[in-house]
Design a protein around this ligand. Structure first.
Ligand code: ATR
Length: 277
């Protein structure tokens, strides 16, 4: 018989089979010998609200939320963290005293991945250049600013999307066109691709980064392939790189800690499991 302390969590999305979250949380549940479970639950949009409320009434500790529910998750929450509010989406719900607390851990996952992957990286090292202006860019820019980036430059195919995002974040953030990127690289210490370009099955990201200073760090949110052409170009230039797999793994840490009571670590075995799975 399951004891009262059996802890349940899940990821909900539609479709759900592509989610790596069960692999990540399943690994930690085993590693830390947690009396609990983490399931993948497919919920079509029309069932999302009822589905989450069912989890709440069934005693779940909370859930991750993935496509297409990340925005709706904010609307059904009783409490929304500042970062989820600013990012405009939630990926982590924690159920406490029958209330839904919504959080977004993508940005902090991005930051913690760079901190674990580099001995010397800090957002405060200098200007960051962010390629892309979608949801991932929003989470990453928010986190870079929180962590002390003095300036963030957004470059995007559709310049007005970059401008809109820059206006939202205010004076430390500006927008440029893709053609202006090469000219500003000399000042950039953190270079990040937040678009899907370079992912298997997508067009390649064609950008010349040879003007970056030798101290710059280059990272990509694409982790499939693990070494994107952006990262291999950076490595050929002798620049430090951090791949995107760690962002996915680190974004899972706060949810696991809230639901299961242990702060997990991102280790090499977890990387291998998720890369192979
Ligand atoms: P996510 O939420 O994962 O960030 P998104 O909101 O769809 O996804 O954002 C995708 C980003 O990748 C956008 O910045 C998009 O540029 P546009 O604003 O011009 O659409 C960028 N992107 C996607 N496909 C692209 C392509 N083929 N070339 C250049 N940029 C592309």
């Amino acid at each position: 018989m399951m004891s009262d302390t059996f802890k349940k969590a899940a990821v909900v999305g539609w479709p759900i089979k592509q989610s790596k979250s069960p692999l990540i949380h399943g690994y930690w549940i085993k590693k830390f010998e947690i009396n609990g479970s983490y399931e993948a639950i497919g919920l079509p949009p029309e069932n999302f609200t009822n589905g989450v409320n069912d989890l709440l009434s069934q005693g779940y500790r909370g859930c991750n939320v993935t496509i297409p529910h990340k925005e709706t998750a904010l609307e059904i929450a009783d409490f929304v963290s500042d970062r989820a509010k600013a990012i405009g989406a939630a990926n982590t719900l924690v159920f406490k005293d029958s209330k839904i607390h919504a959080d977004n851990t993508d940005g902090i996952g991005f930051i913690n991945n760079l901190k674990q992957g580099s001995a010397s990286w800090a957002a405060s090292n200098g200007t960051a250049l962010v390629l892309g202006a979608g949801g991932a860019a929003r989470a990453i820019i928010y986190a870079l600013l929180q962590d002390g980036a003095p300036r963030v430059i957004i470059a995007n195919r559709t310049e007005k999307n970059a401008k809109r995002l820059a206006d939202f974040f205010g004076e430390r953030v500006s927008a440029i066109s893709i053609t202006e990127v090469f000219g500003v690289l000399g000042d950039v210490q953190t270079f990040v691709n937040t678009t899907s370009l370079g992912m298997d099955g997508q067009p390649d990201l064609k950008i010349d980064i040879s003007n970056l200073p030798k101290t710059a760090l280059v990272t990509d949110i694409v982790y499939n392939p693990i070494t994107t052409s952006l990262l291999s170009q950076a490595q050929e230039l002798g620049l430090e790189t951090v791949d995107g797999l760690g962002m996915l793994l680190h974004q899972a840490v706060p949810g696991f800690e809230a639901w299961f009571g242990v702060r997990p670590t991102v280790d090499a075995t977890l990387r291998q499991i998720v890369l192979g799975g």
